[in-house]
Design a protein around this ligand. Structure first.
Ligand SMILES: Nc1ncnc2c1ncn2[C@@H]1O[C@H](COP(=O)(O)OP(=O)(O)OP(=O)(O)O)[C@@H](O)[C@H]1O
Ligand SMILES: [Mg+2]
Length: 405
């Protein structure tokens, strides 16, 4: 069997706009070499979902084979990142009261509260794919590592991520028919946030914002715990759509203007810009382009502000924002968002994790996130049962315990 450090990991991120696949390898230092990478527009897969399974199977097979080809053709088990809007996010808590006043919390107790929480969160026609603790409390006091602490009352709060059983079974069936062995399904933006935010940012509070094509995911961390995940049903494709309707141009022309101009004012906003729309050459007002893009970005930033208001009021967001996803590449967005959100904003920089020669420009954050996410989970012990649970501090302890055994 391959040793942990030599393990090649394949990640497939299925977005609403693009689907990406990559194979990577982690070194001792936690750096990542990407050995193969391929991306395709999700259009044919999405069409496949609606009616043509054959098309979807071919789509997945092609994308994975393209990556396998560049890494010697060997098969892999695959970690799948799902588009944000395919998953349901709910909150759940469970409180366990012991008979004695100073009960010492054991691994079995931790497993028990997780199992109870999962049982409470279970819904008909839904399958839980993750349980992410947002806090452990002993006698109402937040603790990072409950193991071996004592108290009368032990409770857990968590975010539960699930997917419609039929949709998940259908996806797994399509992937299986495409020859892909799925190891697990993960909420894509969560894996990206986990990879992108460093320990200080997670501890002192920060927000990862993933601006995709159809959605914008907001992932809030504070005190080392995930605090919230919100998926807004609006993304960068909406800007393109607004330009199509506002300027009466083709989608390709609108996408070109968005990518070329973004939020950076052209030299003279009074001038007109020439753009090829279909077979026509159209002249459109630079001022109007900027106004349209700004209006949609303002809406997205306002929604972000509103959704993190409660954490901001409590002073939980101290380090600011990290933006990722294709929509975050919009020219001028960082400066604009800093002013609007009144906090530091940086665009993702997991280049620090990547081997020299690979950059986040070339490899999607989703793939990096999924592969690194695996690193965090790959040493989980079989006992206690921590399946589907994404870790924070105490899990590290359990991992060490597992390694020592
Ligand atoms: N340089 C750029 N400037 C502005 N927008 C860009 C740039 N590059 C990509 N985009 C936009 O990013 C969006 C796609 O982002 P991404 O690939 O993260 O989407 P996705 O993961 O498929 O979507 P979702 O997460 O909503 O399922 C598209 O709207 C695209 O136009
Ligand atoms: Mg995405």
């Amino acid at each position: 069997m391959l040793k942990y450090n030599d393990q090649l990991i394949m990640a497939l991120e299925i977005g609403s706009t693009k689907t990406v696949c990559g194979v990577g390898k982690l070194s001792h230092a936690g750096r990542l070499s990407i050995l193969g990478y391929h991306e395709e527009s999700s259009i044919s897969w999405r069409k496949g979902r609606i009616g043509d399974n054959e098309l979807a199977i071919r789509f997945f097979r092609n994308i994975v084979e393209a990556v396998q080809h560049s890494t010697g053709g060997r098969p892999y088990v695959v970690h799948v990142g799902m588009a944000n809007h395919e998953l349901y996010i709910t909150r759940q808590n469970f409180k366990h009261v012991f008979s004695e006043t100073a009960h010492r919390i054991s691994e079995e107790d931790i497993c028990f509260v997780f199992q109870m929480l999962k049982a409470l969160a279970a819904r008909e026609n839904n399958r839980i794919i993750h349980v992410v603790p947002t806090g452990f409390y002993i006698d109402n006091q937040l603790v990072k590592e409950p193991l071996d602490l004592s108290g009368k009352c032990f409770s857990i709060e968590a975010i539960v991520i699930s997917m419609n059983t039929e949709a998940l079974d259908n996806l797994l069936m399509l992937l299986k028919l495409a020859g892909i062995k799925v190891k697990e399904v993960i909420l894509g933006s969560l894996a990206s946030a986990d990879a992108v935010l460093n320990a200080t940012e997670k501890e002192f509070g920060s927000v990862y914002v993933d601006i995709g094509g159809q959605t914008t995911a907001i992932v809030v961390y504070s005190h080392g715990f995930l605090q919230d995940v919100v998926v807004l049903p609006v993304g960068s494709n909406y800007i393109t759509g607004d330009l199509v309707f506002g300027l009466g141009i083709s989608y390709t022309a609108a996408e070109y203007l968005k990518l070329e101009l973004g939020l950076t004012p052209v030299r003279n906003l009074a001038e007109e810009i020439e753009v090829k729309s279909g077979s026509e050459l159209k002249r459109v007002s630079a001022r109007l382009i900027l106004d349209i893009i700004e209006a949609r970005i303002n809406e997205i930033l306002d929604l972000i502000k509103k959704n993190i208001e409660i954490y901001n009021c409590e002073g939980l967001i101290k380090t600011g924002f990290v933006f990722g996803g294709g929509g975050a590449k919009l020219a001028g967005l960082v400066d604009y968002a800093e002013k609007h959100l009144d906090m530091p904003v940086r665009v993702t920089g997991p280049d620090a994790y990547l081997d020299a020669g690979t950059s986040t420009e070339a490899v999607s954050l989703g793939v990096i996130g999924l592969i690194r996410f695996r690193e965090n989970q790959s040493l989980l012990p079989a006992k206690p049962d921590t399946s589907n649970i994404l870790g924070t501090g105490w899990l590290e302890k359990i991992k060490l315990w597992a390694v020592k055994k």
